[in-house]
Design a protein around this ligand. Structure first.
Ligand code: GAF
Length: 381
């Protein structure tokens, strides 16, 4: 955990309010496989990481509540019982959205102050928004003794994202950030919200993230569009969610939908199976198989689900051409952010140098490379 960041958030809070705050750390996440399956009630394979959001929070006697984002050097003021969404891109939505969703459950939130900051690179697809939402809901739960369970809290965070940020996300990010376990990834069934933890030991291999450092616009509307396609085809099939469909079920509606939409739902059904197969491969310690599934996941995300972009495809192609990488794919919602790569430890440096150079030549832009440690979920520090 980033001690300097924790100290900075705490001292900023104290200099503003002269009281001792409650401190919360809430991590970002990676996802090994199972992309765009969460809102189809399917399987995902995420893990919390050691980068995240730190929030300092305390009750206030003032007439108004405040939130201050240290990294943006910007604050907002609000009344907890009369909250309206800010403009779509505003970070404040993740704070006031959580407050509003708690109040909608009939729980009154008194005035409070929060100061927060983080070390998750912005736009990298590592779920800084879920981390922020979870830090606020856990902070408020403790501060006001609300008695919310951790499961109730992730759904509050998710609703904040739907109703305030306008993204109809699934539950993967909030779950992974809340329930992460050090050195483990979680094979999560998004219908039952039950997860099987896998201790991660990739032997001679390691996971690295490569950030394209791009975030193409329209990603939120494209995300919501994909979700609508999945839901309307589930209705046609008379099932609750695509998790309940097989490839042969999809053939029954093939003639009634566009080929584009057919490919999208086919991707979801296949990706869900890949996530399950990845769990089996991990149990069998079969890293080659895991790597193949990861490459296949990218192929589907790019060609069928169409949520990749040139930069992500280029990074995955570089990985495919390298002898050092056994699996790579885009990660998260898409249209930018990071790829996740399973790379041999001995060849990792060589691969990183080659990909950095190739990316610069191709896009005249730098990519960034991170090694990740898997961490525990949201909690007091
Ligand atoms: C984003 C969403 F927030 C998640 O719920 C998930 O759907 C993911 O995209 C794609 O797998 O991170």
């Amino acid at each position: 955990m980033n001690k300097a960041m924790i100290n900075n958030i705490k001292s900023t809070f104290k200099s503003k309010f002269s009281t001792e705050p409650l401190m919360v750390f809430s991590p970002g996440r990676i996802n090994i496989i199972g992309e765009h399956t969460d809102y189809n009630d399917g399987f995902v394979f995420p893990a919390a990481i050691d980068k995240g959001i730190v929030a300092a929070i305390q009750k206030s006697d003032a007439e108004i509540s405040t939130a201050f984002a240290v990294d943006m050097n910007e604050g907002i003021e609000f009344f907890p019982d009369s909250i309206q969404p800010l403009h779509t891109e505003h970070w404040g939505n993740y704070v006031i959205g959580v407050v509003s969703e708690i109040q909608k459950k009939g729980i009154k939130i008194e005035n409070f102050d929060v100061v927060f900051g983080g070390d998750i690179p912005g736009g990298a697809g590592l779920s800084s928004s879920a981390a922020l939402e979870n830090s606020i809901v856990v902070g408020l739960n403790e501060t006001f003794n609300l008695g919310l369970s951790r499961e109730e809290m992730i759904y509050i965070s998710q609703k904040a994202e739907h109703n305030f940020a306008g993204v109809n996300c699934g539950i993967m990010d909030q779950y992974a950030s809340m329930f992460g376990i050090e050195n483990h990834a979680l094979l999560l069934d998004c219908r039952s919200i039950e997860a099987k933890p896998f201790k991660i030991d990739f032997h001679d291999y390691e996971l690295i993230l490569i950030n394209t450092n791009v975030k193409h616009s329209l990603s939120d509307s494209a995300y919501n569009d994909r979700r609508s396609v999945c839901e309307s085809i589930s209705k046609m099939l008379n099932i609750k969610a695509l998790r309940d469909a097989t490839e042969s079920d999809l053939l029954t509606i093939k003639d009634q939908v566009s080929d584009e939409d057919y490919q999208k739902v086919l991707y979801v059904v296949q990706e869900n199976q890949r996530a399950v197969d990845a769990g089996a491969a991990m149990l069998a310690d079969d890293l080659e198989k895991l790597g193949e599934l990861i490459f296949a996941s990218h192929e589907g995300l790019s060609k069928q689900y169409k949520v990749s972009c040139d930069e992500l495809d280029f990074l995955v192609d570089c990985a495919k051409e390298s002898d050092q990488v056994i699996g790579a794919r885009m990660m998260g919602g898409g249209f930018g952010g990071c790829t996740i790569n399973l790379v041999s430890k001995t060849g990792s440096k060589l691969f990183q140098e080659a990909v950095t150079k190739a990316y610069k030549n191709k896009f005249n832009n730098d990519c960034s490379i991170y090694a990740v440690s898997l961490s525990n979920g949201t909690g007091l520090i």
